[in-house]
Design a protein around this ligand. Structure first.
Ligand code: MG
Length: 382
């Protein structure tokens, strides 16, 4: 299918930091996607979680399955809007590579630890993973992805950090937008996590159907399911409702974005970038309903007593790991210790802190718990 004139076409890419010959049979964005799928940080997503801790049960979403769901939603919408599916997929699969163990609790704890040393932002870390930390290519550090994929990975960023990031940081200083594909991957992320958190929250008995029925978006679709079918079990009713909500959100997103594109009639991806607001968006009515669902999840799931207790514990693990490793970087694996020494020679304790943060951010949930035991349990010998 041919791409819309405002889609990101690989032949118009702003290119890679280190120029490379064009790929033979793939497009530039397919090559990005393939490099992401083959990188170590991508494999680690299997053992990282955002709301639940990895060992809580095998049925819950991990960051890997979350990223696959984001890619599925983004590609569906991209195809309907004649945007670049490969770029959407690459951005979706890479968007969470920089997340710490234990989801947002881990990121908040690490950000606190890094306060005096430039802070820690998971989006900036995702970019750091693909630009610097993956280290297996002979000709360059990182994965050497295209500008467009890197731009999409850096969803949010503080102005202070944006100033240090060169080309991909510019839009945060000029208050411009990224490509439509990046905007799409961003909304697909939100659709995916809201809905899988409803699903996982119900499955974990942290949320109830009765509670969720106070949310119009849920109640409407739940009613539809009950009216269409009788005698569904809980699992079927839950799944039928969630899949209908996702379908409503994706359809609304496609239709509303399509209408906005028709009205604005951009002729080049740079017309999109020059806008002060994203063009990929829900209709106002669905936006309000989606916000109500988000608010509900924040109050009822992310701040649920049981979630809060486990996240407090997770934060303690991250904090204590940071303090111990920052105090004595020799406790890290030798390659990290060496990097920390080099960084410290170049930029003092800020350099050392960044290496410790990189080491901790790269840990999976289970590796972090195990490393904690190895460091602090005097009976553990290794
Ligand atoms: Mg995400």
């Amino acid at each position: 299918m041919s791409l819309a004139p405002y889609a990101s076409a690989p032949e118009r890419s702003r290119g890679r930091r280190h120029p490379e010959p064009a790929p033979g049979t793939r497009s530039e964005y397919q090559r990005d996607r393939d490099r992401i799928v083959h990188c170590a940080a991508f494999r680690r997503l299997e053992y990282k979680t955002q709301v639940f801790v990895n060992h809580e049960g095998d049925l819950f979403r991990t960051r890997l399955t979350h990223s696959l769901e984001v890619a599925q939603i983004a590609r569906t919408a991209a195809r309907a809007l004649a945007l670049n599916e490969d770029l959407c997929e690459a951005i979706s699969l890479a968007h969470d590579l920089g997340h710490t163990p234990f989801g947002h609790a881990g990121q908040d704890a690490l950000n606190d630890c890094m306060r005096e040393y430039g802070g820690f932002e998971h989006n900036a870390q995702s970019l750091r993973v693909v630009d610097e930390l993956e280290d297996k290519y002979a000709a360059f550090r990182g994965l050497n992805l295209t500008f467009e994929t890197r731009e999409g990975v850096l969803k949010h960023c503080s102005e202070a950090r944006a100033r240090t990031l060169g080309d991909v940081g510019e839009r945060f200083l000029k208050r411009q937008q990224p490509s439509l594909e990046a905007q799409l991957a961003n909304v697909a992320d939100e659709i995916a996590y809201n809905n899988h958190d409803v699903d996982d929250g119900l499955r974990a008995h942290l949320l109830t159907i009765a509670q969720l029925r106070e949310i119009p978006l849920f109640a409407r679709h739940h009613d539809e399911v009950l009216q269409t079918y009788s005698g569904l079990n809980d699992k079927q009713a839950r799944h039928e409702t969630v899949r209908r909500i996702i379908n409503t959100l994706v359809t609304d997103l496609i239709e509303n974005t399509h209408a906005r594109l028709r009205e604005f009639a951009p002729s080049h991806p740079d017309d999109i970038r020059a806008q002060s607001r994203p063009l990929v968006a829900f209709s106002d009515a669905i936006q309000q309903e989606n916000l109500a669902l988000k608010r509900f999840l924040r109050e009822q799931l992310y701040r649920h007593h049981q979630v809060y207790r486990i996240m407090a514990k997770a934060q303690r693990v991250v904090r204590e790991l940071f303090v111990a490793l920052f105090d004595d970087p020799r406790l890290m694996p030798p390659e990290f210790f060496e990097e920390a020494q080099t960084a410290e020679r170049e930029s003092g304790l800020t350099g050392r802190a960044r290496m410790v943060a990189d080491y901790i951010a790269g840990m999976t949930d289970r590796y972090a718990l195990d490393e904690y035991d190895r460091l602090f349990d005097p009976r553990r010998l290794r």
